[in-house]
Design a protein around this ligand. Structure first.
Ligand code: FMN
Length: 192
């Protein structure tokens, strides 16, 4: 069974609603799910998972400090190669339309690349009509614009659900292929 950890930070509930939808989507896809506010998440929750999804509010166009602090505590796992070969994704809420959702999500991609992860964004693959995609889809990750206090509606919640289901589907397909063994401690480029 694919194991999914959803880690989020949320002050006023918007990202939490997206996280709950993502967790429900992963469960519906047959995964075992841990849904955790970042304050309760540990490195063991990362190591355990085949799929890790992060939810954040956009703070000045980037990842909230609370999540960055957690991510900055993963050095030992990274060094041991324990963060590689997993499927990663992220989702976001922001106050404004152009307030940095894409930059926030792309910043997660940089971290996932350092981890050697497999980034699975939703793209424009969700089974919804093209006009709806053109109006509301964010290819980097599910997203919600809070504006003056609007909680995520069906479109944003469905996007989070779909993103998680796609991540589970890709992880299940990866699980049947053997991973490459990790690089040698003494690369030939250095030893000649
Ligand atoms: C310190 C701080 C910085 C923020 N920066 C931005 C921003 O750059 N762009 C934006 O649209 N919203 C910004 N916001 C608004 C949050 O993104 C918004 O309140 C959040 O998405 C709500 O999520 P939550 O309900 O899960 O807490 C900021 C909020 C805080 C507290």
């Amino acid at each position: 069974m694919t194991r999914v950890t959803v880690i989020y930070y949320s002050v006023t509930g918007n990202v939490q609603a997206l996280a709950e939808a993502a967790a429900a989507g992963a469960t519906d896809a047959g995964a075992e799910v841990r849904l955790l506010p970042v304050a309760d998440a540990t490195n063991a929750d990362l190591e355990w998972a085949d799929v890790v999804l992060f939810g954040t509010p956009s703070h000045y166009g980037t990842i909230a400090a609370e999540l960055n602090r957690f991510i900055d505590g993963t050095g030992k796992l990274w060094l041991a190669g324990k963060l590689a070969e997993k499927v990663y994704g992220a989702f976001v809420a922001s106050a404004s339309t152009h307030g940095g959702q894409e930059t926030t999500l792309v910043n997660f991609s940089t971290i996932f690349s350092h981890w050697g992860g497999i980034i699975v964004p939703p793209g424009f693959t969700a089974p919804i009509p093209v006009p709806v995609h053109l109006q509301s889809s964010n290819p980097h990750g599910a997203s919600h614009i809070v504006g003056l206090g609007q909680q995520p509606g069906p479109l944003a919640l469905d996007a989070a659900r779909y993103q998680a289901q796609r991540a589970v589907s890709v992880a299940a397909r990866l699980a049947v292929a053997p991973a490459l063994t990790s690089v040698d401690d003494t690369p030939t480029a250095m030893t000649g």
